[in-house]
Design a protein around this ligand. Structure first.
Ligand SMILES: [Zn+2]
Length: 262
């Protein structure tokens, strides 16, 4: 490698996030296709809250951070430096003599860009705003919203909230939940007739045989997805006997070998 410009994307092509972990003192355990451990940044959320998905080159923290990113942003956070300095640190430690790096384009990470098309059931709301600033303030990119069919509701019963579609395990659209964008309570609202405890959010996207994370807030599912963690579902209310029963059924049906309730 010459001393010419090394772009962030070139760096990521040449270096895997797994190689970067030991450079900043992170050691994680392998769980299937992921690496998990305690979060080195917030140290919150238990000893499996921090997830690295090497295939996607991304990390996510289910603890206080509730955010993630690529190896460059990880190093920047651990070392409290800029992303440019982080990229230079990685390049240098990996034996690349980069003097200059160029910032990445802000292309969101995207597992599968196709929004789910519901089979039947409720009709999707057409007026939700994926690019609304209140949604972006939650840390959710427009592409993530589009993937989930979610967005800010300017009207309707979810007015002023992030409306997130909820499907049954077969992928039929059942209802929308309204997630607060300003920290109000309740955090989630539902249509009156909706039985929130009897549904697990995102269950229809879980693949057979996946280990899964179970969050308590659908927003966590969106944020985790954005950072490469796709095997996440969430409860939609309190963890009741009913809700745990539904989780057990899901585990049986999808052959889920292990569950981490976050
Ligand atoms: Zn954290």
């Amino acid at each position: 490698m010459s001393t010419a410009t090394l772009s962030f994307s070139e760096l990521k092509e040449r270096v895997n996030i797994e190689q970067v972990l030991p450079l900043v003192g992170i050691s994680l355990k392998k769980h299937g296709t992921q690496l998990r451990g305690a979060c080195p940044i917030c140290k919150d959320g238990g000893d499996r809250a921090f997830v690295v998905t090497p295939a996607k080159g991304l990390y996510y923290c289910f603890g206080k951070c509730r955010t993630g990113g690529d190896m460059i942003s990880l190093v920047a956070r651990i070392r409290s430096c800029t992303v440019r300095e982080a990229a230079e640190f990685i390049a240098e430690r990996m034996g690349m003599t980069s003097k200059q790096t160029t910032p990445p384009r802000t292309v969101p990470q995207d597992g599968s860009p196709q929004p789910l098309s519901p089979k039947e059931g409720l009709k999707p709301l057409e007026y939700l705003e994926a690019t609304h600033e209140a949604v972006q303030a939650l840390g959710v990119a427009a592409e993530t919203c589009t993937h989930f069919g979610a967005g800010f509701a300017p009207k309707g019963i979810m007015r002023g909230r992030l409306a997130i579609p909820i499907h049954d395990r077969a992928g039929t659209l059942l209802a929308y939940c309204g997630r607060t964008v300003k920290g109000e309570t309740p955090m989630l609202t539902f249509p009156n007739s909706f039985q929130a405890e009897s549904v697990i959010f995102n269950a229809h996207r879980i693949e057979q045989g996946d280990t899964i994370f179970v969050a308590r807030d659908p927003l966590q599912v969106l944020l985790a997805f954005e950072h490469g963690v796709t095997n996440v579902v969430s409860f939609l209310g309190d963890i009741t006997v009913d809700a745990l029963h539904v989780l057990t059924v899901l585990m049986d049906e999808k052959d889920v070998p292990s569950v981490d309730i976050i």
